[in-house]
Design a protein around this ligand. Structure first.
Ligand code: NAD
Length: 434
């Protein structure tokens, strides 16, 4: 199948690589000149485990190309996927549709022959209708259908999730369009659930799923706070809860709050849609408010550890919003660091993958270390903010020798409390008092 993908970011790029690996002819389109130049010269523009090998292979075999030209990617394509950003509006927090509308207007004049246009971006309910209207207005002769094809990949596992999806949801209002998607996903037949639903249901499934997951995280975070006060251990509680098949064990890991480019923006967009439709989505709003407050509470906890000492030196380990990715968008680490800076802390940070992206957000407000030990040198407290597995294997004796005071605030519960205590650190973690 000939496929054009508009938007070559965290969704568009792994999707393009995966579809090329399945034997399709894929052209990835992006308006970002630098990004396309890098990809054309064989350089990846983001980090995802397993992406590089498949990217190089499919480019070399001629199944995967990159361009800035909409016409080159869309003309003659059987399927065009829209994977551009839908960031939160700065005031209302609804999904900002300017990139979607621009993509639809730009692709419309390039359509030739019957084309399915699939929205991979997370978009408000009714966007399929809007895209359809926009294209018809620009190109009344075009022969096309618009389907919703929500993306459920997890950053850090994008390639794994592409080849092993839990489910594929297609919101198609015509049989003809549904048949194109059935053909595309034939390699997954018998391996995963394919769910064909109405377009508006499909658009809702994506938001409803992300909001549910955000609520689940917020729930276990509140339980962690309760466990600390009540003398319980949140891991024992989570295990006991997760053994109930109605609850399930996943997404019951306490931490500094959810972040990333999806949960914060999608919960806000869903709450906005609720208000627009006169429906009180109170659980989602509670998760949004509680998660925002949590970032402040985490910064306060770190600040207490240094004794409210302006100018205290804080070593931060981890800046990405989670392990396995270089993405810092809405990372709890970014928000906690900003909060500590307001308290006049001096911060030196290290992240194995996200230093470049963090620098774009924080600039020279903090110092950047080459490794964990440089960050810890002279620090009054060391804070773990991302769950990189490297942080499990820190040389604690070396750290203690380097630090000004041996204190660790572990907001990802990465370290072994007994070992840390044995080395003489003051140690605080989430969900259990030590
Ligand atoms: P991103 O910002 O990484 O990438 C978007 C890309 O689109 C950018 O490279 C930008 O230059 C390009 N672009 C914007 N307008 C364009 C246009 N008119 N023509 C060509 N290129 C254009 O975004 P992302 O993280 O890949 O997310 C994309 C969408 O997928 C969002 O709606 C997001 O909510 C959704 N989503 C993201 C994830 C995730 O894990 N990142 C998971 C599921 C769904």
């Amino acid at each position: 199948m000939k496929i054009g993908i508009i938007g070559t970011g965290y969704v568009g790029l792994p999707t393009g690589v995966g579809l090329a690996e399945l034997g399709n002819e894929v052209v990835c389109i992006d308006r970002d000149e630098e990004k396309i130049a890098a990809l054309q010269s064989g350089k990846l523009t983001l980090f995802e485990d397993g992406l590089e090998e498949l990217f190089k292979k499919n480019v070399a075999e001629g199944h995967l190309r990159f361009t800035r030209s909409m016409r080159e990617g869309v003309e003659g394509a059987d399927l065009v996927m829209i994977a551009v950003g839908t960031p939160p509006h700065p005031v209302t927090k609804e999904a900002d549709m300017k990139y979607i509308h621009a993509a639809a207007a730009e692709l419309a004049p390039c359509l030739s022959g019957y084309t399915v246009i699939a929205t991979k971006s997370t978009v408000p309910v009714g966007t399929g209708d809007d895209i359809e209207g926009l294209i018809r207005k620009t190109n009344p002769q075009a022969d096309f259908d618009v389907v919703s094809l929500p993306e459920f990949l997890r950053e850090g596992f994008a390639i794994h999730d592409f080849f092993h999806p839990d489910r594929i949801v297609v919101g198609a209002n015509t049989e003809k369009a549904a048949d194109v998607l059935k053909a595309l996903y034939r390699p997954f037949e018998g391996k995963t659930q394919m769910l064909f639903v109405k377009r508006r249901s499909s658009e809702t499934i994506k938001y409803a799923s992300n909001a549910f997951l955000a609520i689940k995280i917020h729930y276990i975070n509140e339980m962690a706070d309760f466990c600390e006060k009540a003398g319980a251990d949140v891991y024992e509680v989570a295990k006991g809860m997760g053994l109930d098949s109605r609850i399930g064990p996943r997404f019951l890991n306490p931490g500094p709050g959810y972040g990333g480019s999806c949960f914060p923006k999608d919960t806000n967009a869903m709450a906005y849609m609720g208000r627009q439709n006169g429906v009180n989505l109170s659980l989602i709003q509670a998760a949004i408010d509680g998660n925002d407050a949590r970032k402040h509470a985490m910064a306060d906890r770190i600040w207490e550890a240094v004794g409210d000492n302006a100018g205290a030196k804080i070593a931060v380990l981890g800046l990405a919003f989670k392990d396995g990715t270089d993405d810092c968008r809405e990372s709890p680490a970014m928000q906690i660091v900003e909060n500590l800076l307001l308290k006049q802390a001096k911060i030196m940070a290290y992240d194995p993958k996200a230093m470049d992206n963090a620098r774009k957000i924080l600039g020279d407000k903090i110092a950047y270390a080459r490794d964990e030990y440089e960050a810890a040198n002279g620090a009054d407290v060391l804070v773990v903010l991302t769950e990189w597995s490297d942080f499990k294997h820190l040389d604690l004796a070396k750290l203690k020798g380097l630090m000004n005071t041996p204190k660790i605030v572990d907001l990802r519960n990465m370290l072994c409390p007994e070992e840390v205590k044995e080395q003489g650190f003051e140690y605080s973690r989430i969900g259990k008092k030590f």
